[in-house]
Design a protein around this ligand. Structure first.
Ligand code: CS2
Ligand code: MN
Length: 407
């Protein structure tokens, strides 16, 4: 695996100098200031390349921008409305520019309206640090009572509907605003959330789009961009839904191993790949991460390694972001499955045998606390996560060489 680190650009509280100290070998970044649907120009791409390659004192960092996360897919493309055809043409142009700049791995997602969704961005843990949490009862309180989405109560079990009503009754204005803000914070690179009116407008626009229809829009998009990516030698990789179940009545179509398989098969090219995000998929009990890696591994072009702890065995349940080795996903088994895939690729002579990984979110610990980092992206918590993951990688690697029984 190639160890990488997500960097939001010059305003990121974690500097390029800090990233060097994490031991990461490469950088994951995006041009967050360019509006969705617009072209990423060679000049803007070159600027980010230079920023990644330079330390605070002006000397070379030795790091390169290796993975794009994300080249966003516009809401118009997802809904096939407005300028969606132009947006697809612009996407193709951006891919060309990225290929010319030598970047091969391009992550994106196909989640309508929201990216990752949590109810609490700083949930206090027994050890004194904080993490992000999705509380189903709080989320239902937001959906049914704060957003007041018609028919929302039908989407939750009766016990959740009752608890949501109790919680809502105890919330003052500030608490309601906090939850409403947290729920829509997950838009990458943003520190702002959407107003209730914005959310209602977005939901109304998705009104009649079924999961099957969204899937067909997704496939139409892939049919246009994958051949271009293939010609350019790029690897596209779709990030799964986070959390991996429908929210606010919006369709979600990248939540399970079967969902991923369908999309990979629909446009059957090595350039049509996925980002395996263990924290996203792992929030659902019927997703077996090592099994998904073994089944779909040859199309996994990027890895997000983190862990969640579920509270309950229902598909839709509360969870929090656990320590990287401390959640429901067996990280050792998952890394072993990744190594197996890498060995297979290496034996087949594939140039892309080493899959880039990054520690996805981290808990806020020590000096992270009170620092206004992008939620989920504290410096120290992620460094701890990366160090733990690196420990497993080193141990498995070492064991396969030194302690192999030779059988
Ligand atoms: C990321 C996602 O912060 C995160 O949880 O994994 O925001 C991810 O960048 C996008 O969904 C990928 O398009
Ligand atoms: Mn992720």
């Amino acid at each position: 695996m190639r160890q990488t680190w997500r960097w939001f650009g010059p305003h990121d509280l974690t500097s390029i100098d800090d990233i060097l100290q994490s031991g990461a070998e490469g950088v994951v970044s995006a041009l967050h200031h360019i509006p969705y649907g617009a072209v990423w120009t060679p000049e803007e791409i070159a600027r980010r390349h230079r920023e990644v390659g330079t330390r605070r004192d002006g000397s070379p960092s030795g790091l390169a921008w290796e993975v794009v996360e994300s080249l966003p897919v516009s809401e118009d493309i997802k809904k096939q409305t407005g300028d969606w055809r132009t947006h697809i043409a612009n996407y193709q142009t951006s891919l060309r520019h990225l290929a010319e700049a030598g970047i091969e791995v391009i992550c994106y997602n196909f989640m309508p309206v929201l990216d990752w969704t949590r109810t609490d961005l700083h949930w206090r843990l027994p050890h004194g640090g904080t993490c992000m949490r999705f509380d189903l009862n709080d989320f239902a309180a937001y959906d049914i009572h704060i957003l007041a989405r018609p028919g929302a109560a039908d989407d939750y079990p009766a016990t959740v509907v009752e608890e949501a009503a109790r919680r809502f009754a105890r919330m003052d204005d500030a608490a309601q605003k906090r939850i409403a803000g947290n729920v829509t914070m997950g838009l990458p690179g943003s520190t702002e959330s959407m107003s209730l009116e914005d959310v209602r407008t977005h939901l109304a626009q998705y009104g009649a789009i079924s999961p099957d229809q969204l899937r067909s829009h997704f496939i139409a998009f892939l049919e246009q961009v994958v051949p271009v990516a293939e010609k350019l030698g790029l690897r596209l990789c779709c990030h799964p839904d986070d959390p991996p179940f429908p929210l606010l009545g919006l369709p979600r179509i990248m939540s399970t191993g079967d969902d991923l398989r369908q999309i990979l098969q629909a446009v059957d090219s090595p350039s049509n790949g996925m980002t395996l995000c263990s924290g996203s998929l792992g929030a659902r009990p019927d997703n077996d991460l090592p099994a998904i890696m073994r089944a779909l591994g040859d199309r996994v072009h990027f890895l997000h390694l983190r862990n969640t702890r579920r509270e309950g065995e229902a598909v839709m349940a509360s969870f929090y972001e656990a320590e990287h080795l401390g959640g429901d996903t067996d990280m050792v088994a998952l890394i072993a499955a990744i190594f197996e895939e890498e060995r297979r690729r290496k034996a087949a002579g594939r140039a892309d045998w080493q899959i880039p990984m990054r520690p996805d979110h981290g808990q806020d610990i020590l000096d992270d606390l009170g620092r206004k980092a992008q939620p989920g992206y504290p410096t120290i918590g992620r460094m701890k996560g990366l160090a733990e993951l690196r420990g497993i990688m080193t141990a498995l690697d070492h064991a396969s060489v030194r302690y192999s029984t030779g059988t």
